[in-house]
Design a protein around this ligand. Structure first.
Ligand code: ATP
Length: 283
């Protein structure tokens, strides 16, 4: 296969994908975002590329390049529609909710006063999050109205695109961990627990420790349903465990990192993904 890899940064994941693709005798065409451009009406140079894996770390670059590759006639994984659905938390949460997927109680407000009103409906503590973001940045917990007012004010003075749209969520009293589980094609082969004894935010970027996940049937079915709704080919789904309600979907990542998943599970994500991709494009 002739495989394009769209990227803006060569992390462990991108290097590993390239290395594993070469082991499978795929020809790899690196598509470094800052080196490429598109001119309407003109064909791009890499016409023989059969599939492109989207790996841009920046949400806006990932979405823009997926759109441009698609409209130039390429098959892109993940495609722009699924990326748009999962990089915007407002869209992810409310789309999943509308299709019957369990999510934490979440409120959106467009003014400070409404946000405060919604927070008391949800009940403190509440979590406030940027609508787009990653690695847990600016995800904050407010114990009361006073601290929520301060967090809202901080958000308003950032340069965030959605700085005056307030995404508020009940604080889910999860164990000291959450789950990151992967959907690849039509399978759910692997996942991890992310454990943190010191921080309620269980991002590995914030010091959580990855542990192998035992995937039960319920979690597998739920992940496949999420994948069916969001679309795409390769998703990292974050799941909270609630004592009463069971699994709740926290968010979905369209360009997921998987270094720790490979390490603790001894599972070759890149090889699995590349073989699945070959099946999909040969169908
Ligand atoms: N409603 C909640 N209740 C309890 N914990 C939460 C809640 N929302 C988020 N968290 C914790 O905060 C972490 C970061 O939140 P979230 O995943 O929404 O942020 P992010 O910036 O999109 O991170 P990622 O890098 O996973 O994309 C989660 O992994 C989870 O541990």
């Amino acid at each position: 296969m002739i495989l394009g890899i769209s990227y803006d940064l060569l992390r462990w994941e991108e290097r590993n994908l390239i290395e594993e693709a070469r082991k499978l005798d795929y020809k790899v065409v690196p598509l470094y975002t800052k080196d490429i451009s598109f001119l309407s009406g003109e064909d791009v140079a890499y016409q023989d590329v059969e599939a492109i894996i989207q790996r841009n770390t920046s949400h806006s670059r990932a979405l823009s390049t997926s759109i441009l590759f698609e409209t130039s006639g390429f098959k892109v994984f993940n495609d722009s529609l699924s990326l748009a659905r999962c990089e915007n938390k407002l869209q992810t949460t409310f789309l999943l909710r509308s299709r019957g997927i369990p999510v934490p109680n979440t409120a959106i407000a467009f003014s400070r006063d409404k946000a405060i009103e919604m927070a008391s409906k949800l009940g403190y503590p509440v979590v406030i999050k940027p609508i787009e973001g990653s690695w847990g940045r600016m995800v904050a917990r407010a114990q009361d109205e006073d601290s929520l007012r301060s967090l809202i004010e901080y958000q308003e003075f950032t340069s965030l695109q959605y700085k005056t749209i307030y995404y508020l969520q009940e604080y889910v009293n999860k164990p000291n961990r959450d789950i990151r589980i992967f959907a690849i094609g039509d399978e759910v082969p692997v996942g991890i627990y992310r454990e943190n004894d010191k921080n309620w935010k269980t991002n590995t970027a914030l010091g959580a420790v990855a542990k192998p996940l035992k995937i039960d049937e319920e979690l597998k079915e739920l992940t496949l349903k999420v994948k069916e709704i969001i679309g795409g080919f390769f998703l990292g789904v974050d799941v909270f465990e609630d004592k009463e309600r069971g699994y709740l979907i926290g968010e979905v990542n369209g360009v997921p990192e998987f270094k720790n998943t490979v390490r603790v599970n001894q599972f070759n994500v890149s090889n699995f993904l590349l073989n699945k991709l070959n099946e999909v494009i040969r169908k």
